[in-house]
Design a protein around this ligand. Structure first.
Ligand SMILES: [Zn+2]
Ligand SMILES: [Zn+2]
Length: 269
């Protein structure tokens, strides 16, 4: 089964990526929460241009990516879950939860360590907030994330299906919770007991330092509550809050090249 999944992984992931992009893109077009300040075509082309660049970069710089490496650990019996020899379903569930916790921890780390923040601020410098923001990360951050993920896979030994499922969930959820749209209040309140919603993650993109050091989760909302980093709503409200970073409010039309060079510029302020 692993071979079949691995063989079809790129097309399945691509299908979910474009499916989510269209679905959540339509949602935010029909029911936008905030008025965009940058022309949408420019915003989409540059943010998605960075995403396409990143996926090519990963393919050409890493000899093996997450799912392929999970197949290697499974074949060789490496990692905790392979040693425990659990049935597929519990092993998959444990792996997805652990991988999500690692993504949460890594996100906190990328805010706390100045060198990593230089990379991660490309995600935060966006002055608008829409589905494409969810896929906007600096290439070096993407490569570091892959390195961390490979390390976790080596220690954990997750089933191949768990890694593929996690990558699909992460990519689709990132687009969902970066949508410039809001769920009805009651539904949001219930759903965010379990998963991160757009209104919850938008707080993390506030210009307010205290708010952007909250709501680090991407999928499961439990981590922020558990580790005391949860903030229910921005002080200025979802439409009144300012998105982005103080230093880059004047630079609203951020090009692909500008984003790639951002970490290497001297710090403002
Ligand atoms: Zn962040
Ligand atoms: Zn974000």
């Amino acid at each position: 089964m692993s071979d079949f999944l691995l063989e079809h992984e790129p097309s399945v992931r691509m299908g979910f990526f474009f499916g989510s992009l269209v679905l959540f893109g339509m949602w935010e077009t029909l029911r936008p929460t905030r008025t965009p300040t940058v022309p949408r075509l420019w915003h989409w082309l540059n943010n998605l241009g960075l995403t396409v660049f990143n996926s090519f970069l990963l393919r050409f710089t890493f000899p093996v990516l997450a799912a392929g490496f999970a197949a290697i650990t499974t074949t060789n019996g490496w990692g905790l879950l392979n040693w425990l020899d659990l049935p597929l379903v519990p092993a998959t569930l444990i792996a997805i939860v652990v991988l999500d916790l690692v993504v949460y921890g890594q996100h906190v780390l990328f805010h706390a360590v100045p060198l990593f923040w230089r990379l991660h601020k490309v995600h935060h410098a966006d002055v608008d907030y829409d589905v494409t923001t969810g896929a906007r990360f600096h290439p070096v951050e993407i490569m570091l994330s892959m390195g961390i993920k490979l390390g976790v896979i080596l220690v954990l030994g997750p089933p191949v299906v768990a890694v593929i499922l996690f990558e699909i969930i992460l990519s689709s959820m990132a687009m969902f919770n970066h949508a410039n749209a809001s769920l009805p209040t009651g539904l949001d309140r219930v759903l965010r007991l379990f998963v991160v919603t757009p209104d919850m993650h938008r707080v993390h993109h506030s210009i307010n330092r205290r708010e952007h050091n909250a709501n680090f989760g991407f999928n499961i909302s439990l981590w922020d509550r558990l580790f005391g980093t949860y903030k229910a709503a921005p002080d200025a409200g979802q439409t009144g809050m300012t998105i982005g970073l103080t230093d880059y409010q004047d630079n609203r039309r951020q090009s692909l090249l500008w984003m790639i060079l951002l970490p290497f510029r001297s710090e403002k302020g």
